[in-house]
Each structure stands twice: as C-alpha cells, then as structure tokens.
Design a protein around this ligand. Structure first.
Ligand code: GAP
Length: 474
C-alpha cells in the first residue's frame, strides 16, 4: 500500500485558546436582531408557525449561502482532491437499513406521567446533573413532578410515501444526513472524476431529523442544512488524515472570523461514539447561553470502512477500490468532516455581534451595534446611499449601483437620514457604504465608509470597483 499521507499538518488553533471564551452575546439578542431585520424568522408565522422551524429572509439567505459558498470554496474549489455531488433527499429503505440508521439512529425519549410532555433523557440529565449520564431522579421541566417512565429509543428518521399508494412498497425516507449519498455513489463518482484515494466527495444540503427537543433558535431544528465531506483513504493512513482534517476545519472557522478562544476541539468518549466511528472529535463553539455552553458545530469522524462495506453487502455491488499501481483491491477508510450550515451560520452571527461606544457629532458617546462579519460572509458587500432623495443625485447614484451590482451583492438605499442608513448597514454587517453627494455630480467621486473603522475615503467612480475589489476577498 503506497497511498499518500497528508503532507502538512497545520498547527491546531486549539492552543490559542488560553484566555478562555470571550463570547457574551446571548441567543435572545441574535433572535431579536434576526427578526427585526428580517434575517431569520418563524416559518408560516401568519398561521402561528411550526415549532423550531425557521425561514430565511433576504439577508439570511445571503448569509447562509455565503457560509456554504466559503465551505465549498475551501473544501472543493481550492483543492484537486475533492469533488462535489448532490444526492436526492428522498431515499429507499435499503440505504438506511444498510447504514444502520433505521436500527440505531435514535435518541432516548422519556415521558412525564403527570403532564405527558416528552423530553430527551440525556439532555435532561445534562441540565439537572451536569452530565448526560448523570444518576438521579429526573424532574419534569414543565410541571416539576418526578414521574418519568423508562426511556425508550425514539427513531429520528422522517418517513413518507412516494407515489399515490401509501403502502409498504412506497415507503421512502428523508435523509437524516447528507453523508450516505457519497457512500452509495462512491464508485460512480470515483470513476467519473478519475480520482484515486486519497480523495474526497463533498455535498451540501438539507437533512431532516425528528428531534425530540428542537430549540435554541436555529441551533437544533428538525429541518437543517449540512456541509459534509467524505475523504476516502487507504487503511493505515486514516489516523494521520483524521488529524489533518481536524486541523483544517478548525482553521476554516477561525479564518472566517470566529475568535479562536471561542472554539475548541472535544474528543468523543468511547461510549458516545456512533455505531460506525473509530474516533470522533467535535469542533465546539462557546455559546453564552447556559443551555448550550460549549457545544458542537461539527463532528469529524473516522468512519473506517463501515459504510462502504455495509452498502457493498446490502446492495450486492462491490464498492471496494482497485489499486492498479499495486494490483490490489481494498476498501477505503473514510474521514468525515460533518458540519451544520445552519448551525455555523448561527455561530458566525453570534461571534460577529458587537456593541461599541462611539462619539456622535457632538462628541457624546453613543452605542453602535455592528455585525463584524467577515466580508466574505456579509449579506451585502456594499451599499449605495445617495445623500438625499433629491432627483439630481439619483442618476449618478443609480449609475454607481449599476457598476457595483454586477460585481457584488449591493444594496441601493435612499430613504431615511444618512446616519440611520449607516446604522442599519452596520447592524446587518455591510462592509462598505458608498455615499453619493452633491459634489459627486461635479467631481465624479464618492465617499466610501468602512464598517469597522468608520473611516471615510474619497474615491473616483472610475476607481471604485478596483478600490473595493482590493478590500473584498472572495
Ligand atoms: N454524517 C455525520 C453526521 O451527520 P452529526 O454530528 O449528526 O454527524 C453533523 O451532524 C452536523 O450537522 C452537526 O455537527 C451539526 O452542526 C449539524 N446538525 C445535526 N443535527 C442538527 C439539527 N437537528 N439542527 C441543526 N444542525 C444539526
């Protein structure tokens, strides 16, 4: 076996976390901002909504898509050893029988005999005894009584029927993870892309889990988005590759602006490992809310050859790899960085949220709320703000907007005072505001304001695209 092992292993950012976490922004603050600015809000609100189910408005969808775009750029575009794919959301029972999900993908459910509310037992133990395996008699968070029956395993898969007949033959399942697509399609994608291990297949998209207790805004929902990559390696090189991907993934969050002290790696204990895993670590973020604390953003697992073997056996199609150079056949081991796109969006929002004091025109200190999102994640990269709504500024302001909109997501905003418009764009994280004023008509120059420093530069319209391009990384 001659397969490569990773060439470099970047230093883990875990070592930077010497000061302890610094995030103090609670979820309620972010929920309020998201609702007020139409970023993320309850689904079908006019009908009372659906528990823990959220819609993404104009800014929310841009932000989430930017998170996904950055992941795709790092994990697929900038590498020659990872390719993408997209699997159907609905899948047949055989896939989920072979993967072990129909038998094992469950959480322990307890029901209060007094008020009939249902909870996840491990979450209650964590809350009440500080450990999800903590011993003691559980109290119902709803009615306070200690009348729980025995826990039973509750399967998290959503089942539905495909076609007009709702019988056993038409059962299909909504995928609870995107990962299985990469195993089931392994040979097809490997041959089509002419890749040899070590190489990866990446996918992003919706997954569905009938969570017993969803909550904490978009942290845990029944419908969410994942960003997963299965990296196929020669057995024996798996442990090195696992470490490589742990370091890469930590670096991704930090590079996109999460403060390193709010990130850490947590090793799974033997008794919490999934049925397929040899070793798993979580990338955790520090949430200021005590209900979350340090909690998972991403799991990075060594899934061994479990899935390819299971699908080979169940389908009768051999999913092993023929290593031509060495004239041998083997089943790759799999390293899986599995991230939540919606959960990562929440962490980026929280970590970017800043309230600072700045002097107003009279020198009095005023609170300023700024979403210090990395420009690559910001919903709008630039806003064009004519100083006034007067007709004489509009043609030039529209000209500037037309110039910028082909390059970046740009906003055109001419209502309210310029101060209020700056505050709005600070609060939604727009890195640059371009003001068109009465001098612009004569000197063909605009004022560009930087979100973070609030410094202003006068820039010729002809130079504006180059000026912004130098400051807006892709
Ligand atoms: N293929 C492996 C897998 O799915 P996981 O740890 O169950 O592993 C990966 O899920 C990531 O998906 C989690 O770290 C989390 O970010 C996200 N995720 C899982 N369940 C979620 C839920 N109910 N709501 C939001 N995100 C979720």
């Amino acid at each position: 076996m001659t397969s490569q092992t990773p060439a470099t292993t970047p230093a883990s950012t875990d070592d930077d976390a010497t000061t302890g976490p610094t995030n103090t922004t609670e979820l309620a603050t972010i929920v309020e901002l998201c609702k007020r600015r139409g970023i993320i809000f309850p689904t079908a609100e006019i009908y009372g909504g659906v528990r823990a189910t959220w819609d993404y408005g104009p800014l929310g969808v841009e932000l989430k898509e930017n998170v996904k775009r950055q992941w795709w750029r790092t994990m697929v575009q900038l590498r020659d050893d990872v390719v993408g794919m997209e699997q159907a959301i609905l899948g047949p029972s055989q896939v989920w029988e072979a993967s072990g999900h129909l038998a094992n993908f469950s959480d322990p459910l307890v029901e209060c005999a007094n008020c009939n509310n249902r909870f996840r037992e491990d979450h209650l133990r964590e809350e009440q005894f500080g450990d999800e395996r903590g011993e003691g008699t559980l109290s119902c968070p709803n009615c306070g009584q200690q009348k729980f029956g025995d826990a039973r395993n509750f399967n998290l898969m959503f089942k539905t029927h495909s076609g007009p007949l709702a019988d056993d033959n038409s059962v299909v399942w909504m995928r609870p993870e995107t990962a299985q697509g990469m195993f089931v399609d392994f040979t097809t994608v490997q041959r089509a892309s002419r890749k040899k291990p070590p190489f990866g297949i990446a996918q992003q998209g919706k997954s569905f889990r009938n969570e017993i207790t969803p909550g904490n805004f978009i942290f845990r929902t029944r419908e969410f988005e994942q960003m997963e990559m299965e990296f196929f390696v020669e057995p024996g090189t798996d442990e090195d590759w696992h470490q490589y991907w742990i370091d890469e993934r930590m670096a991704w969050y930090a590079d996109l602006g999460i403060r390193p002290e709010n990130l850490r790696i947590r090793e799974h204990l033997d008794d919490e490992l999934s049925h397929y895993a040899k070793r798993t670590v979580d990338v955790e973020y520090f949430f200021a809310d005590s209900s979350l604390g340090w909690n998972e953003l991403e799991g990075i697992a060594n899934r061994t050859d479990f899935d390819l073997n299971a699908h080979s056996e169940a389908s009768g199609t051999d999913l092993s790899y023929y290593d031509q150079a060495n004239e041998e056949r083997w089943t790759p081991y799999v390293i899986e960085p599995a991230a939540g796109a919606t959960r990562a969006t929440l962490a980026f929002l929280i970590d970017a949220y800043t309230v600072e004091e700045v002097p107003d025109a009279k020198g009095n200190l005023q609170a300023r709320t700024v979403l210090k999102l990395d420009p690559r994640l910001a919903p709008y990269k630039v806003a064009v703000l004519p100083l006034s709504k007067k007709d004489e500024l509009r043609p030039t302001a529209r000209e500037v907007f037309d110039l910028l909109k082909v390059e970046w997501m740009a906003d055109y905003d001419e209502t309210q005072s310029i101060g209020r418009r700056y505050r709005r764009h600070d609060e939604i994280g727009t890195p640059f505001c371009v003001t068109v004023d009465f001098d612009t008509i004569d000197d063909r120059a605009v004022t560009v304001r930087d979100r973070d420093t609030m410094e202003q530069d006068r820039v010729a319209i002809d130079d504006l695209v180059a000026y912004l391009a130098a400051r807006l990384p892709r």
